[in-house]
Design a protein. Structure first.
Length: 280
C-alpha cells in the first residue's frame, strides 16, 4: 500500500471487499453476525468501515465466505495496517466531508486514471491555476480558499514522492484552452503540464472534438488501483460524489478508460499540442 496513510479510507476499502465477499458467497448479514456472535449492526459497520476491523474477525468472516487463502491473507494484512496517521489531517477543516474518502483513496492508491472535461487535473495544477479554479467554482468558502489551494498542492506532492503515484490523465481540449486565471497563469500552467509529463509516472493525453466519439458519455471520472485491494471508481456530482464499487461497473469504467486512451491523441502529439499553446 502507498505511503500516505488514512485509516478511515483503508477501513472503507476493507469493508467494501468484505461486503463483496459476503454477497458473492450468498450470505446474509444475519449469517455473518452468527459467525462472530455479534449484532447485525456490527456487521454493517464493519462493511461500511465505521468500526475498526480486527484481523481475527476479518479472517473468520472470510473463511466462512469461502474466500481463497491468498485473498484472506491480503485483507488481513491490510487490516493490520489500518492505524496509520491521516496524512491530510492539517487540512481537515477545509476538505468537504464527501471528498475526504476520495483523498484517502488517492493517498493509498498505486495508480490513478483521471478523465477531465472542464478543468485540468488537480494533481497537475499550478498554484495560480488552482487558486483561480477554486474561486471560480464557488464550492469552497472564500476564507478557506487559500488553505484549500495549499491542500491541492500537497496532494500533488505524491507525484514526486519516494513512492510516486502513477497518473494517466486524459483531458478534453476544451479544458485545456478554457480561460481560467490570467493569460500568464495559463502559460505557466501549460509549462507545468510539459514538466510533469517528463516524469516516468505521468502520462498526459488530449482528446479533441475531431478525434471523434468516445465512451465517456457520463462525464469526468477517476479510477484508483491498489496493490492489495480491488479497483475503485469515482465520479463527482454537483453536491457530492459516487464511488463505483461493484466489480461489473468498475469493469465498465475500465473499458471506458481504455477507449478514451485509444481515441485521444497519443502522448507525444498531446504534448506537442500543449507546447503550441505557449507564446513564443
Amino acid at each position: 500500500m502507498a505511503e500516505r496513510g488514512d485509516p478511515s479510507a483503508l477501513r472503507w476499502l476493507i469493508g467494501n471487499e468484505l461486503r463483496h465477499c459476503r454477497m458473492q458467497a450468498g450470505r446474509t448479514v444475519s449469517d455473518a453476525s452468527k459467525v462472530l456472535s455479534c449484532s447485525h449492526g456490527k456487521i454493517t459497520h464493519l462493511e461500511t468501515g465505521r468500526y475498526q476491523q480486527q484481523p481475527s474477525e476479518i479472517a473468520e468472516l472470510l473463511e466462512f465466505y469461502g474466500v481463497p487463502r491468498h485473498d484472506i491473507d491480503r485483507l488481513v494484512s491490510l487490516t493490520g495496517s489500518s492505524d496509520a496517521r491521516t496524512w491530510w489531517a492539517p487540512w481537515a477543516n477545509v476538505v468537504p466531508d464527501w471528498f475526504k474518502t476520495f483523498v484517502g483513496l488517492e493517498g493509498l492508491a498505486r495508480s490513478e486514471f483521471n478523465y477531465e472535461t472542464a478543468l485540468l487535473p488537480g494533481l497537475l495544477q499550478t498554484e495560480e491555476y488552482a487558486r483561480a479554479a477554486t474561486v471560480a467554482t464557488g464550492f469552497v468558502r472564500p476564507d478557506h480558499s487559500e488553505r484549500f489551494v495549499s491542500f491541492r498542492l500537497a496532494r500533488a506532492d505524491r507525484l514526486t514522492s519516494d513512492d510516486p503515484l502513477s497518473l494517466h490523465a486524459v483531458i478534453e481540449e476544451s479544458a485545456l484552452v478554457r480561460s481560467i486565471g490570467t493569460h500568464e497563469a495559463r502559460q505557466k500552467q501549460y509549462r507545468q503540464l510539459l514538466d510533469a509529463s517528463e516524469r516516468a509516472n505521468v502520462t498526459i493525453q488530449v482528446i479533441r472534438p475531431q478525434d471523434g466519439p468516445h465512451a465517456a458519455v457520463s462525464g469526468p471520472f477517476f479510477l484508483f488501483e491498489f496493490d492489495q485491494a480491488r479497483t475503485i471508481g469515482y465520479t463527482e456530482l454537483l453536491d457530492g460524489a459516487v464511488y463505483i464499487q461493484d466489480p461489473d461497473q468498475v469493469n465498465t469504467y475500465m473499458m471506458t478508460a481504455k477507449n478514451l486512451q485509444e481515441t485521444a491523441m497519443q502522448p507525444d502529439d498531446s504534448l506537442a499540442l500543449i507546447e503550441s499553446l505557449i507564446d513564443t
